[in-house]
Design a protein around this ligand. Structure first.
Ligand SMILES: Cc1cc2nc3c(=O)[nH]c(=O)nc-3n(C[C@H](O)[C@H](O)[C@H](O)COP(=O)(O)OP(=O)(O)OC[C@H]3O[C@@H](n4cnc5c(N)ncnc54)[C@H](O)[C@@H]3O)c2cc1C
Length: 291
C-alpha cells in the first residue's frame, strides 16, 4: 500500500528537530525507518510530518564514561554488533544486537528507534530491563533521564512526550564478576522472537549472586521484568537447582497470548528453558568463560 501524503523535514541540529516536533503535533521522528516506514505503508501510522533526524550530528556513538556505557540514540545496530567494547564487556548487549533482524535491517535500524517504538516483540527493551538502563530524552526544556522501569507504558507506548527525542541510552558499566546473555527462539533467522530472555548477573566475592536482572521479550503487552526470579536468586549460590527455580519463577511472570507462534503453555515453557540457559551462560561469563 502507498502511505498517505506527508510533509518531510531533515533538520541539521537537535534544537531544530525539537522545534519542528513542538510546532507540529502529530509529527513523527524518522531514524532507521525500519519500523516506521512499514507502519506507514500499512497505514497504521499516518504522520502529518516526518522529522528525519539522520542529519543531526553527534547522536551516533558508543563509549564508556562516568560509570556508564553510553549509546547515542541514532547508533545503528550494526555499530553495536561490530563494537569491540560491547563484545568484550557487554556480552548481553552483543548477543542481543546480533539477533535483531538481519544484516540489512541492522545497517539502518537504531537502538533509539528500537526502544522508542516500544514494540514488546523488539529485543532491546528486555535487555535494557536486565541492565537497569536509563534513557535520556531531549525536549524543549532540555534533557531528562528516565529509568527503564518507567519507560514502557503499553504496546507501542513509551513515556516519551511527543516533542522529545531519545538521544542516549545509559547502561551501568559492568565491573567485577558480572556477565550476561540473551537467548531467543525465532521461527526463522531474522524473525521477531517467539519468546526471548535477557539476563545480567553480578557475583560477590564468595561466588553468590549479588544482583540479577531478568527481562522477558514478547510474552506480554510490554517487556516484563521477572522480579520474583531476580529476588530469588539474589544472595543465593548460582547452582543448577537455584537457577532452575528462578527459571520457573520467570515463566510464572510471563503473560503470553496464544498466536501462530504458539500456545500460552508452550510460550511459558519456552521462557523457563530460555531463562535457565541464559542464566547458566551469564554465570559462566561472570566466572570468566566466553561460553
Ligand atoms: C524485516 C524486519 C525484521 C525485524 N526484526 C527485528 C527483531 O528481530 N528484533 C527487533 O528488536 N527488531 C526487529 N525489527 C525492527 C527494527 O529493529 C526496527 O528498526 C526498530 O525497532 C526501530 O528502529 P528504527 O531506527 O528503524 O526506527 P524508526 O522506524 O525510524 O522509528 C520507529 C518509531 O520510533 C520513533 N523513533 C525513532 N527514533 C526515535 C528517537 N530517537 N526518539 C524518539 N522516537 C523515535 C519513530 O517516530 C517511530 O514511531 C525488524 C524490522 C524489520 C524490517
Amino acid at each position: 500500500m502507498i502511505p498517505p501524503n506527508f510533509d518531510y523535514q531533515a533538520p541539521e541540529t537537535l534544537a531544530d528537530a525539537v522545534a519542528l516536533l513542538s510546532g507540529n503535533p502529530g509529527a513523527k521522528i524518522l531514524s532507521g525507518g525500519q519500523s516506521l516506514i512499514p507502519m506507514m505503508r500499512f497505514r497504521l501510522a499516518e504522520p502529518v510530518l516526518i522529522v528525519d533526524i539522520n542529519r543531526v550530528p553527534g547522536l551516533e556513538y558508543i563509549r564508556e564514561q562516568g560509570g556508564w556505557l553510553k549509546i547515542g540514540g541514532l547508533t545503528r545496530e550494526s555499530a553495536v554488533d561490530g563494537s569491540d567494547l560491547v563484545a568484550s564487556r557487554y556480552p548481553l548487549l552483543a548477543d542481543t544486537a546480533r539477533l535483531i533482524a538481519d544484516p540489512l535491517v541492522r545497517n539502518r535500524a537504531t537502538v533509539g528507534g528500537n526502544l522508542a517504538h516500544a514494540d514488546p516483540a523488539n529485543d532491546h527493551p528486555a535487555t535494557m530491563l536486565a541492565y537497569r538502563a536509563r534513557v535520556v530524552a531531549t525536549g524543549p526544556a532540555g534533557e531528562r533521564e528516565i529509568p527503564i522501569d518507567e519507560f514502557f507504558l503499553g504496546p507501542f507506548e513509551s513515556s516519551l512526550i511527543e516533542n522529545e527525542i531519545l538521544t542516549e541510552v545509559r547502561i551501568p558499566s559492568t565491573n567485577g564478576r558480572s556477565g550476561g546473555a540473551y537467548q531467543k527462539l525465532e521461527r526463522k533467522v531474522g524473525d521477531y522472537a517467539t519468546a526471548a530472555v535477557a539476563t545480567q548477573v553480578t557475583l560477590d566475592g564468595a561466588g553468590n549472586v549479588a544482583s540479577a536482572g531478568i527481562g522477558l521479550t514478547n510474552v506480554g503487552l510490554t517487556p516484563i521484568r521477572a522480579s520474583a526470579a531476580e529476588e530469588y536468586l539474589t544472595g543465593r549460590a548460582p547452582t543448577e537447582a537455584n537457577i532452575s527455580q528462578a527459571a520457573s519463577l520467570a515463566a510464572e511472570a510471563a503473560e503470553p497470548e496464544p498466536d501462530y507462534r504458539g500456545s500460552v503453555a508452550y510460550k511459558r515453557s519456552l521462557v523457563r528453558t530460555l531463562t535457565y540457559r541464559a542464566l547458566m551462560k551469564a554465570v559462566a561469563r561472570a566466572n570468566g568463560g566466553q561460553a
